[in-house]
Design a protein around this ligand. Structure first.
Ligand code: SAH
Length: 334
């Protein structure tokens, strides 16, 4: 191996195995190279600001980006699993009516470096090794396709973070074109589709930006499953009396007939601005049982991190616009 390739390897090991991003601390690199790296390369995209710990061990990290935007990343330890839920955009353009992440619209895409660094930073601040990754933080991952795919390649590369592809899940609001493109990448990662309604009319009420018909999106997900061999998950936020009635269960069972996939029910997590309530425990049990009785394979997602507002749908991007507005309001009131 040439000297340059050798130093390249050492550099990757410092960053991905030891989580060190400051060239000055990479003590086995020649001093001259360390100085050059420190002056020519911008190594850190993220500035850690704060960690909010929930009662159940879930932690929510707040990071400031180079341009002052703020994003959140969640660490979810559970037995011998340690899942990191990362963000892909500052804000979100999808405007799902039950989700806090889209309330301020989309400010910008994250770069692949900003995505990878969330994982590295959380790993650095954790005792246990990260075992699973989910693109379920702020933003629509497939609306930032190139950066997402590049980040995933780095995270699953043996020279990079080195996580098994099967331990990575991308959750999408359902963009049929990018789902088909993702199947072409041959990455073997898991796909989760946010279905949330069994028909186009109700789905458009809940996700006003969802213009593609359910049948077209499900067609793309089925293709993904057939071509990658990875079983897809369909996420379904339970909104009592809105999308969990007997007729919805019947429609869902019709849609999913002869299809091997799991429906992942997510009981609605409270978001102040959203016009919905959370299901009671007995409503969750009733919905679960009726889906099972209709022949649907179903799992109910356990709520994690809600005492730190870190549960599904509760993450918020603080964009420069909202930061300035908050600063103005504070100035006025003081
Ligand atoms: N943008 C991606 C990831 C979203 S977060 C997507 O749309 O799939 C992961 C899951 O949480 C999605 O299914 C999302 O729709 C759901 N979710 C959003 N807000 C929620 C809330 N308040 N309660 C429960 N689940 C929510």
């Amino acid at each position: 191996m040439s000297g340059r390739a050798f130093h390249g390897r050492q550099l990757l090991q410092w960053i991905f195995q030891r989580g060190v991003c400051d060239p000055e601390q990479m003590t086995d690199l020649p001093k001259a190279l360390r100085t050059r790296l420190a002056s020519h390369r911008r190594f850190s995209h993220l500035d850690w600001k704060h960690t909010h710990a929930s009662d159940d061990g879930t932690r929510k990290f707040l990071f400031e980006l180079n341009d002052g935007q703020l994003i959140e990343t969640v660490s979810i330890p559970e037995g011998d699993r340690h899942t990191v839920c990362f963000s892909t955009q500052v804000g979100c353009a999808m405007a799902c009516r039950f989700c806090a992440s889209g309330l301020t619209g989309l400010a910008r895409n994250l770069s692949s470096g900003e995505i990878v660094e969330q994982v590295l930073n959380v790993q650095r601040q954790s005792e246990s090794r990260v075992t699973h990754l989910v693109a379920m933080g702020i933003g629509e991952p497939l609306a930032n396709y190139d950066a997402l795919v590049q980040a995933v390649r780095t995270l699953i590369s043996p020279d990079g973070f080195g996580l098994g592809a099967r331990r990575v899940t991308v959750s999408t609001v359902g963009l049929a074109g990018p789902i088909r493109r993702l199947a072409d990448e041959k990455l073997s990662i898991n796909l989760a589709l946010s279905l949330h309604a069994p028909n186009d009319e109700l789905r458009r009420e809940l996700i006003p930006t969802a213009r593609q018909p359910v049948a077209e999106i499900l067609g793309a997900v089925r293709d993904y499953q057939n071509r990658t061999g990875r079983e897809a998950t369909l996420e379904y936020v339970q909104l009592p009396e809105v999308n969990d009635r007997p007729e919805h269960v019947r429609e869902l069972s019709g849609l999913l007939r002869r299809w091997r996939c799991t429906v992942n029910v997510i009981p609605f997590n409270p978001v102040d601005e959203a016009p919905f309530r959370s299901p009671t425990p007995s409503e969750i049990i009733r919905f679960h049982r009726s889906l099972l009785a209709a022949g649907i394979k179903v799992k109910v997602r356990r709520r994690r991190g809600d005492s730190a507002a870190a549960a599904c749908g509760q993450l918020r991007a603080v964009t420069m616009k909202t930061r300035k507005a908050t600063a103005r309001a504070t100035e006025k009131s003081s």
